[in-house]
Every structure is written in structure tokens, then in C-alpha cells.
Design a protein around this ligand. Sequence first.
Ligand SMILES: [Zn+2]
Length: 390
Amino acid sequence: MRKISCGVLIFLLVSVTSLLGQTAAKVTALRCGSLFDGRGDALRKNLVVVVEGDKIKEISDKVPVGAEVIDASRETCLPGLIDTHTHILLQGDITAADYDAQLLKQSPEYRTILATVNARRALEYGFTSIRDLETEGAGYADADVKKAINNGVIPGPRMQVATRALNVTGAYPLQGYAPNVTVPHGVQIVDGPDNARQAVREQISHGADWIKVYSDRSYRVREDGVLDDIPTFTMEELRAIVEEAHRERHKVASHAMALYGVHNSVEAGVDTIEHGNYIADEDLKTMAARGIFYVPTIFVGEYVAQGRAAEGAPVWVKMIQIHEDTFRRAMKAGVKIAFGTDAGGFDWKVDPAKEFSSMVKFGMTPGAGSALRDCDGGRTAWHAGFAGDD
Ligand SMILES: [Zn+2]
């Protein structure tokens, strides 16, 4: 159990039961001063969450006889949170140098050890489920961390993993080294629809729950204020990836920050748009109609902006205002928004729950209102469409 910065207590059923080593018959009573149950905006007062084994049995007004009591009577309790965009294999990458150092100077084995610590941190921050969106050059290590958690070897949240992610030649770091020096890349590089299909098959065979694509790069703000980009894949390649993943009953997450990346992703039929700093109205309409999720990852954009501007890319500062405008238009258009943070893109020592404040700052209702219900909306979506979570 952990008290988080905004003074709430998150009941982590998985961790509570495993840490206390309970058997199925053991009953635990979590006495809550206030309870947010995700069914409405109002907090319920002075209630007891009764847990039998690893399941919530009931919400009661009294402690059952013989139950072990966890006293949170001065706290607010809420269900475990879901972060739909994390990188447990990454330790922050404000600058290219931060990123390159991790891929060049740390072995995948060492990075995996660090990832197990990050998985535990996610749980301690209150996130009982995460969708980890690629290992940034650490191969299939996320599938192994997930396995170790599922086998009870290490503590951590339920995980869905994307393994290596896909991008085309010349579009993803490490870049800028002499042509005769072989360097690792943060993704699996594929060119052409056939290679893309093969990579999807390969990743799924090694444990990918999701296929992640990087659909755009190289951002600039046009004179009319639109965030412009260079799309990475051809439509033929992108369609082949989506079709192959869907054929194998897997979903596709698309890193798409600007005009063409988002448009091409939506047209190709991806399931989630990651970041979406700029999304055209026409694409928001399509996303709402088809139920494509928007994972805005607001906080990380602010976190890296100054550092990247200092490195010669001031566009990252300009993107913040564009992002806010897009977020507000997305809410108005009725697009489904999932809570995702890009933790790992910022230091894991920073609580990813800060994203809630960013969502509120960009126009969501604060407190026990829309931002939290959005998180629960993510839970519903996870149940309905993301599969695998109980
Ligand atoms: Zn990310």
C-alpha cells in the first residue's frame, strides 16, 4: 500500500494479497475514509472493502468477524489504475545522448534488471495494469518481465507488451553514426509490406500482445499552425502491418504525433493513436466513429520540451499549445481517451499519476470527475477490447 502525492490510497488487490501471502480463504478488510468506485463522481464515505482471497467480495459498512484490517480511514481509496503507455526498459530520454548511452553502454541484461525495478515502481504508484509499448532496443525483454510477474517471481502489474516495435530504415535512433559503424536500433527495422508482415509474425511468435508502429517523424509547425511531419511507412506497408496483426487477433498501437502520421494510421485501421499532438478534425471524427482510442501522453511532452529545445529542436515547446488544442477538440468530438503516460520517456522516479493533473489542466473535470472516470473508462476499454485482463 502506498500513499500517493494527492493523498489517495489505491487498493492494489494483486499486491495486497501476494504481499500478505494470503490463501483463498483469507479475508482482508480495507477500511476507507472515502472511496472512489468509478461508478460516479461522488466519493462514498466510511466504507469497508472486503477482499476474499484475491477478489473483492463486497463493499460493506462493517468489518467482517475475523478479517485482517488495513486501516485507511484517513485516506481515499480507489481501484488500481491502468497506464496504457509505458516503457519499463527505458530510464528517461530527454536528449539523444541519454537515449544513445542506454543502447550503447548498457547490456540488454542490465536494462532488464532495471526494468524489474520499474515494474515494481509502477505497482507501488498504484498501477495494477500497464501496456508496455516497446523495449527500445532491448529485444523481447518485456515478454520475460511479464512472464516473471505472472509466475510470481517478482512483484509488478499485469502487463501487455509490444516487444520491439516497427519502423523503416533511417527513421529511428540510433542515427548519425558513421556508415561503417554498426549500431543498435531502438526498433525492428522493416521496409516493404512483405518484410513488415514477417516482422509482425515474428514478434507475435515471441510474445507480443500488441504491435507498435512509429508512423511519423521530423516535426515542424506550418505557418497555419498545423503540426507537420514526415510519414514513415507507405500506406501499403502500414496496411500490411495492421492487416497481419488483426488477422492474428492482435491490435496495433501507432506512435503518431502529427498530421500525416495520424491520418495514415487512422486510414490503415490502427486501434490506438499514441501522443496525437496534432489531429485534424476529420481524423478525430473518424476516430470517434470507429472507436479508435486516443492516448495523449501530455505530461511527458512538457517534461522533455525544454531539454529538446536546448538541443536545437524548439518545436517541442510549440507542441504543448498545439497538444492542448487537440486534446480539447478530441473531447468535444467524443473520441475515446485512454490514460497513458509514456513513463520511461521520463524518469521512473517521477510518479506517472502526474498525467491526471495534465489532463485536468487541458480541460478535463478535476478530482473524482472525468479524469479519474477516464481512467476507469480505460479499464472498461481494457475489458472490452484490449483483452487479457480480468
Ligand atoms: Zn512511448
